[in-house]
Design a protein around this ligand. Structure first.
Ligand code: ATP
Length: 236
């Protein structure tokens, strides 16, 4: 946990993510990344130079068997207030609109529900559990499918909602998070979505794993490239 906290603190400070008096809501899906983020921010609260409030927010997409109780109990165990937003997103995306590519509409609606839930409770920052490997996957997804160089930003301001979105885990590797889950026995909730692990992101993930095997150092170099704003040599 020491490594996780040190990288989280560095990321928070490098991008000026937290200010005194912030009310930070962590988007908690029940997956490993957001549960570990919640735990890490709860611990960070103890030594952070900036004083902030912390609560968990979960959007229930409306799938059967979504295990809210486990998330609620975990929040209680680490003493973080838990907020649940129930929605009919599954119904709209899968049953009514029968979307062939459901992920983008579902994610858009989920983000909307999450922002509204925070706004209703007067929270000004939303923390998401994306880590460095998510940022690399997003970079390649954007290039391959959208023709643009783009990745997950550490901190963005949503002008319409007047909420900041922060990603304090962007310096972390996925394997760091997996290690913590095992060590601290963090109770992961099964993702009830039928297309989980069958997405373009998963495909890119597998391609990247092959590349990392063939080119040792590729992953570190991609991350260096993401941070290196003085070395952008493109066609403009
Ligand atoms: N249903 C939800 N309710 C609240 N927040 C969510 C929900 N789903 C996702 N999030 C937030 O958005 C982030 C990115 O979501 P994504 O679906 O890419 O999950 P992920 O990378 O598998 O992370 P996790 O392991 O936390 O599920 C999560 O880490 C979490 O902070």
């Amino acid at each position: 946990m020491k490594r996780i906290l040190s990288l989280t603190r560095r990321c928070i400070q490098d991008f000026n993510m937290i200010d005194d008096g912030d009310k930070i809501g962590v988007g908690v899906s029940g997956g490993k990344d957001s549960l570990v983020l919640l735990k890490a921010l709860k611990l960070y609260q103890n030594f952070s130079p900036k004083k902030f409030e912390l609560e968990a927010f979960t959007v229930d997409l409306g799938f059967d068997n979504f295990d809210v109780k486990t998330i609620d109990n975990y929040c209680k165990s680490i003493n973080v207030p838990f907020n649940l937003k129930r929605t009919h997103i599954k119904n709209i995306v899968f049953d009514i609109r029968k979307e062939k590519n459901p992920c983008s509409l579902c994610a858009k609606m989920r983000r909307g529900a999450l922002h509204n839930a925070l706004k209703e409770k007067g929270f000004n920052k939303l923390a998401l559990g994306h880590h460095a490997d998510d940022a690399i996957e997003t970079l390649f997804l954007s290039m391959f499918y959208e023709g643009r160089l783009k990745t997950l930003p550490p901190k963005t301001f949503l002008t319409r909602k007047e909420i900041y979105v922060i990603r304090p885990f962007l310096y972390l590797d996925e394997k760091d998070i997996k290690g913590i889950v095992n060590k601290y026995k963090i109770p992961i909730v099964k993702n009830p979505c039928p297309v989980d692990k069958k997405t373009k992101r998963e495909e890119i993930h597998n391609i990247l794993m092959d590349i990392y095997k063939k080119i040792p150092g590729a992953r570190d170099n991609i991350l260096t490239a993401l941070k290196n704003k003085d070395e952008l040599s493109l066609w403009f």
